[in-house]
Ligand binder design. Structure first.
Ligand code: KG4
Ligand code: ZN
Length: 345
């Protein structure tokens, strides 16, 4: 007979989503509540930390309450409280961490601290028990672009990361240049559907021949020059561009970024002789990236299995936090009440 399920309440406030979820045994999603702050940050074209923090304070209690209600769970059914405590905006993380610590203390439940990027990897694994390992995990979000050697959920090893902008950040900034709505990733993807990805050759930074790091500031600047002229003295041409021209820029930019992400992932596969590839993070919602990576995994010899996070768990959510916490729970890796938020992780 199977034992009682382990129910973990997960909390996520690392950037601009206030989220809570209840997950049983690391894989049965009992509830998932996400309050997005997109509307609040829209007019600034990016996340404003103080606004994010204030919005988390307003939303944290109702979001946790709803997650518990939807799951039909209360204090007695919850076995542990998990919270993403790093990396992220410190003023945002602190709200989730404080809520988690308070609940842990009041309910006398163990507290589990989770790395937000490791949790993004977990969303790709969700629903796939026992994938062949090692895997390469590509995590592409608004704040990070990283490749990991994934041997186990608890000890992924960083292989490379961006030395400047994250891929999602580049999508957001280029969308701003093209006067597309915020957040830029989905807007670029939509606009690119009508564009020619070969219309403009934007630079693809591969860094040195064996590097697994990324750099996206060059392509961002190239788009800026394309819109303003090389000397930046010309007026912004975007207002007078046709819809087709804008679509061509979006499609060419997206193709160049995706190409770099795919090539570097291929390098990482060779480096660690991976059997599986995991894809997670907000940019993993991009259909062009999903299909290009699938194509590469299918054509690599021998073919690699690609596991992609379901779209609703690509962007920030608490299911990934509660799910990863299950492995820490099993291993007895608990945090104490002195745990702090950390900007880097
Ligand atoms: O993982 P996430 O929700 O937050 C961070 O941890 O940063 O990622 C948000 C990022 C944003 O930059 C957003 O523009 C990007 O993910 N994104 C996309 C798409 N959907 C979201 N980028 C490209 N294509 C998309 N469809
Ligand atoms: Zn994230």
């Amino acid at each position: 007979m199977r034992g009682k399920a382990v129910n973990i309440l997960g909390i996520e406030t690392s950037c601009d989503e206030t989220a809570a979820a209840v997950v049983a045994d690391g894989r049965v999603v009992k509830s998932s509540v996400v309050a997005s702050q997109t509307k609040l940050h829209e007019k600034y074209g990016g996340v404003v930390p103080e606004i994010a923090s204030r919005a988390h304070i307003e939303k944290i209690y109702p979001v946790i309450k709803e997650a518990l209600q939807q799951a039909g769970t209360g204090r007695d059914d919850i076995d542990a409280i998990a919270v993403a405590n790093q990396p992220g905006l410190t003023v945002a993380l602190v709200v989730g961490v404080t809520a988690a610590k308070t609940l842990s203390f009041m309910w006398e439940k163990p507290l589990i601290a989770i790395n937000h990027l490791h949790a993004h990897m977990q969303s790709a694994i969700l629903g796939h028990e026992n994938p062949s390992l090692p895997a390469v995990a590509l995590i592409v979000s608004g704040g990070h672009t990283s490749l990991y050697d994934y041997h186990s959920p608890l000890e992924p090893k960083l292989l490379g990361s961006t030395i400047d902008d994250a891929a999602g950040e580049a999508f957001d900034k280029v969308a701003g240049m093209l006067k597309l709505p915020y957040p830029g990733g989905p807007a670029i993807e939509e606009t690119a559907k009508n564009g020619n990805p070969k219309a403009i050759q934007f630079p693809q930074s591969m860094l040195s021949a064996d590097s697994l790091d990324f750099s996206f500031s060059g392509i961002k600047t190239a788009v800026l020059y394309h819109c303003h002229g090389q000397d930046m003295k010309g007026e912004n041409k975007v207002d007078s561009m046709s819809k087709q021209q804008i679509a061509d820029i979006a499609a060419s930019f997206q193709a160049a970024v995706v190409d770099v992400l795919v090539k570097k992932t291929q390098r990482a596969i060779e480096r660690i002789d991976a059997k599986t590839v995991l894809l997670g993070g907000g940019v993993a919602a991009n259909s062009h990236l999903r299909s290009a990576l699938q194509q590469m995994c299918d054509s690599t010899k021998p073919a690699k299995k690609l596991l992609i996070a379901p779209k609703q768990y690509c962007t920030d959510n608490a299911v990934m936090v509660a799910s990863l916490a299950y492995y820490k729970f099993k291993a007895g890796l608990f945090a104490d009440l002195t745990v702090e938020p950390k900007a880097r992780g």
